[in-house]
Ligand binder design. Structure first.
Ligand code: PGA
Length: 240
């Protein structure tokens, strides 16, 4: 199974989100297409043939947690995917691996699918610490999980220096890092996980990226908010 997951972040106005929510991107037998709208627009996207994901979830499922989106709310909308640990949340909301781990556990315990983001900064990469950082992000989350549920996790490898910049690693580098992530999960937890690439995926580079066998799909930010480009990427993965 390949995944094309759109992370619309906070890009769209309400008016543009209404327009976007009318686009139908049906999953196929081999490709799951999931749109993660901005949180206030989630309900616009249900019941329109699209599979929907959340961009985040509160770490505790309680009734009174102002400003959050809880797992019970997502479940009540039949949403079964949630991004967790996106680098923007790690940076702007100071989310730690510990907190992210709690969110992953809550999702797995509720039979939902976490899309766990990992990846290194430019400085970490230049210091050749990228694998060390990724290992820590994986282990500190995976160690807390029920190993029988761990294979449900989708991991998104997103080099932080690549997000929104137009810069992407070479095909060899993507292949190498994704192979490494799969090996860490296999060697330590005996699970085969799906690993996506994210960071400046667009209509121009998707066909080239499709040729990297170990990549199980993409997490797409900016390009998932432009109708024509999004449709092009989805069709390119479907026609494979
Ligand atoms: P981008 O973002 O495609 O705009 O680089 C990817 C992401 O942050 O998930």
């Amino acid at each position: 199974m390949k995944y094309v997951i759109g992370n619309q972040k906070t890009y769209l106005s309400y008016e543009d989100a209404v327009k976007f929510s009318k686009i139908s991107n049906k999953s196929t037998e081999n490709v799951k297409v999931i749109v993660c709208p901005s949180m206030p627009y989630l309900s616009l996207f249900i019941n329109n043939n699209n599979e929907i994901g959340s961009q985040d979830v509160a770490y505790q499922d309680i009734k009174a947690t102002t400003g959050e989106v809880t797992i019970s709310q997502l479940k009540s909308m039949n949403i079964s995917y949630s991004i967790v640990g996106h680098s923007e949340r790690r940076e702007y909301q100071q989310e730690s691996n510990k907190l992210i781990s709690k969110k992953v556990k809550l999702l797995l315990d509720n039979d939902m699918i976490p899309i766990l983001c990992v990846g290194e900064t430019k400085e970490e990469r230049e210091a050749k610490k990228d694998k060390e950082v990724i290992l820590k992000e994986l282990i500190e989350v995976a160690n807390d999980q029920d190993i029988t549920k761990l294979s449900k996790i989708i991991i998104a490898y997103e080099p932080i220096w690549s997000i929104g910049t137009g810069l992407i690693p070479t095909k060899e580098e993507i292949n190498d890092t994704i192979t490494y992530i799969k090996k860490v999960m296999k060697d330590n937890y005996q699970v085969n996980v799906n690993v996506l690439y994210g960071g400046s995926v667009n209509a121009k580079n998707v066909e080239e990226l499709n040729s990297i066998d170990v990549v199980d799909g993409y997490l797409i930010g900016g390009a998932s908010t432009k109708e024509e480009e999004w449709n092009f990427i989805v069709n390119s993965v479907i026609s494979g």
